[in-house]
Design a protein around this ligand. Structure first.
Ligand code: PEP
Length: 235
């Protein structure tokens, strides 16, 4: 199973280090075999000495080796820390930061060519969910246009926009229906994200075709995140 933590714009360099020390200790002590991905803010990127199960990823990067893209990180900056994992297409980047589908696809292709593990996020807004499953699938599949679904290092995260950071997760029925439909075209691991917390981790991880979770808010507290990893380990 894959358990991923997206810090978004939270934690500092110092608190990220403390978090990772505790996580690393927990993983070693409990012989955790789950795949754990942590996406800290870019100021906290570093070459941490972590157990093999834990990988650090970037929340975003520009599709360039280097160049004149003020405020962005390119491959050269992240490769310095031997980071090989990236989050692409998160709804906050699509909707708040107005990233176009074209830019998202070019990021995907660029980091795929670098052989990165890519957690590629898709998910529909509330008004689409209200129109029913057919529209939900149409919307989610449209976000996969131009994406090579056979890429061996791809992980797809289904994250309904209306469930992200709202405290209201999608129902297990909605998640199961959506993941089952995605599974017909996607061999890659499928994650669910959207208000996952300790209390609903087990029921979500037990959903058919759910290979893991991508967690924002509830993962920022190391004790809660450790508990989610422990639940995954025990399933
Ligand atoms: C996310 O940022 O990917 C996410 C799922 O956030 P939250 O868990 O806060 O809904």
């Amino acid at each position: 199973m894959i358990i991923a933590s997206n810090f978004k714009t939270n934690h500092t360099r110092e608190s990220t280090k403390e978090y990772l020390v505790k996580l690393n200790h927990f993983v070693k002590e409990n012989s955790i075999k789950e795949e754990i991905l942590v996406f800290p803010p870019s100021t906290a990127l570093d070459n941490y000495n972590l157990h093999d199960s834990i990988k650090i990823g970037v929340q975003n990067a520009y599709p360039t080796d280097k160049g004149s893209f003020t405020g962005e990180l390119g491959f050269t900056q992240i490769d310095e820390f031997d980071i090989k994992t990236i989050l692409i297409g998160h709804s906050e980047r699509r909707h708040i930061l107005k990233e176009s589908d074209e830019l998202i696809v070019s990021k995907y292709n660029f980091y795929k060519d670098k052989n990165y593990k890519i957690v590629y996020c898709i998910g529909e807004p509330k008004e689409v969910r209200d129109d029913g499953l057919e529209k939900v699938l149409e919307y989610n599949f449209s976000q996969l246009d131009g994406i090579d679904l056979d890429y061996e290092n791809l992980i797809v995260a289904y994250e309904p926009v209306w469930a992200i950071g709202t405290g209201v997760s999608a129902t297990t029925k909605d998640i199961e229906e959506t993941l089952s439909a995605l599974r017909k075209s996607i061999k890659a691991p499928l994650l669910y994200g959207g208000s996952v917390k300790v209390a609903n981790t087990k029921e979500i991880l037990e959903i058919k075709n759910c290979d893991g979770i991508l967690v924002g808010t509830a993962s920022w507290d190391i004790e809660d995140f450790k508990e989610m990893v422990r639940i995954a380990h025990e399933i």
